[in-house]
Design a protein. Structure first.
Length: 484
């Protein structure tokens, strides 16, 4: 959109007047935050003129964003959460202004319909929440996550160039952050005990750090497969090696497991077995839970409180994991058991989004208690599937499992349906990333975090874009089989 000379003068006058008024009101009221109003208005105006740039800026900041606590009840990820709000507002406003920005095929896509059903159920559970303030905060945060990472990319992802740029703007800053962290970690001798200090301030802990790394590894591999130039492939090989080193020295068992699952999912997609494997896994998990619950059989596997400790040596930590003497593993069992027991009282609408901490302690079993069970950081159940069931009831879990299964189905289906090599690789890469995210969320609650939740919803948008773009081939540029 081109701004005429008269419009430029009008905008200058408007912003100058707004600045003067804000300055006067700030001086009179001593509310200093008001001085930021004209700058926020300027950012919104610039964002409206350059919507795609605002979206790309958000992507670039994801690996570098830091957590900032205003108070015990209010925290944010800066600057990416502010940018999420701006991107959501700008793109939603643009869509209202010009409804054709989102094509009918995208709006009617089954993945978007299932996502809307899940969001609608979340809204219902907020009405029955045990703490509506916390649940409304959750719903607001969810709204700008979906605006920034579903609505915006559906509008942006209409060309290969936009998808490629998105991948570059995610992978490049993560690679830079990984190099920085590896250098810092080397000063500690790459010790397991120091890894959480090394990843600060960009990542809360080694789990978030390794999760983002392992989920973006397939992106670099996809670039490698699509590129035909040897010098680019050499650079990408080095980048892949750096990320693998980062994952290895993160000492995060979940990320290692996710990497193995990602490689397996690649093979399963090629063999058209991914969805079958997903359903089989759900059946085995449900059967296992019932088997453990029958006659309180799970009590036979309780750990020894005295010997379940945190190990600073990784070899001891790894051995303690499968002998049930690692405190983080034992604490997970403590909370999982409490979470399953909570379902008998909140199976329909749950306890409300964001309310697990307020409700779980009366359902815990002393036999599984650990020395960190007082939970001063107010962390949750460490299994996102169980968390959804607890906070949004079994219908919420059903919608979530349906969405996850539909995503895997479309990744597999598009890989085999699409002839264009570029979009085939986009589909299978999305499927691999989604599988790894789901494995990570068996041991953590990462969908609501900026580092991993963003990737999950971007994959959803990518699959919709792949489906729609390849069905509208006549409107697209000729196929290209590689990137420069």
């Amino acid at each position: 959109m081109i701004i005429s000379a008269n419009n430029k003068k009008g905008l200058f006058t408007f912003f100058a007047t707004l600045f003067l008024l804000s300055a006067i009101v700030t001086v009179l009221t001593d509310i200093y935050i008001l001085i930021g109003v004209p700058f926020l208005a300027l950012l919104l105006c610039a964002g409206w003129q350059h919507k795609n740039f605002l979206f790309y800026l958000l992507l670039f900041t994801l690996p570098f964003s830091v957590e900032y606590n205003f108070s015990p009840l209010l925290a944010t990820d800066f600057p990416d959460e502010l940018l999420m709000v701006l991107v959501s507002f700008v793109f939603f406003s643009a869509w209202l202004y010009s409804p054709k920005l989102v094509v009918k095929e995208s709006l009617q896509h089954p993945l978007l319909i299932i996502l809307f059903a899940l969001l609608s159920w979340t809204f219902i559970t907020v009405l029955f929440s045990t703490d509506q303030f916390l649940s409304i905060k959750f719903l607001l945060a969810k709204s700008w996550y979906l605006g920034a990472f579903v609505l915006a990319p559906i509008i942006v992802f209409k060309t290969r160039e936009a998808i490629t740029k998105t991948a570059v703007l995610l992978a490049t800053p993560l690679l830079a952050a990984t190099i920085f962290i590896l250098v810092r970690h080397s000063a500690y001798g790459f010790s397991f005990a120091s890894v959480n200090n090394a990843v600060l301030p960009f990542f809360r802990n080694h789990v978030n750090y390794s999760a983002m790394q392992v989920c973006l590894l397939p992106v670099l591999i996809a670039f490698w497969k699509l590129s035909k130039r040897e010098n680019i492939r050499l650079y990408l090989t080095a980048a892949i090696a750096i990320l693998i080193a980062g994952v290895f020295f993160s000492y995060a068992r979940g990320a290692w497991l996710a990497l193995a699952a990602g490689m397996l999912s690649y093979w399963l997609i090629k063999k058209r077995l991914l969805v079958i494997a997903y359903v089989t896994f759900i059946i085995i998990t449900v059967a296992g839970v019932f088997w453990l619950k029958n006659n309180d059989r799970y009590l036979q596997y309780a750990h020894d409180y005295q010997t379940t400790i945190f190990h600073t040596n990784f070899n001891e930590h790894f051995i303690a994991t499968y002998t049930l003497k690692d405190v983080s593993t034992a604490e997970r069992f403590y909370r999982w058991i409490a979470g399953v027991r909570m379902l008998k009282d909140g199976g329909l609408t749950g306890y409300g989004p964001g309310t697990f901490y307020n409700n779980y302690k009366s359902y815990t079993i002393p036999a599984y208690k650990t020395w960190v069970s007082h939970n001063p950081e107010h962390s949750t159940v460490h299994n996102y599937f169980l968390l959804v069931a607890i906070e949004q009831g079994l219908p919420g879990l059903f919608f979530w499992l349906l969405l996850a299964g539909a995503l895997l189905y479309y990744a597999q289906r598009l890989y085999h349906r699409v002839a264009d090599i570029y979009y085939k690789i986009v589909a299978i890469t999305s499927g691999v990333i989604l599988t790894m995210i789901m494995i990570l969320n068996l041991l953590s609650d990462l969908i609501e975090t900026d580092k991993i939740g963003s990737l999950f919803f971007l994959c959803l948008a990518l699959l919709i874009a792949t489906d729609v773009n390849t069905r509208r081939r006549s409107e697209l540029s000729p196929d290209v089989e590689s990137i420069p």
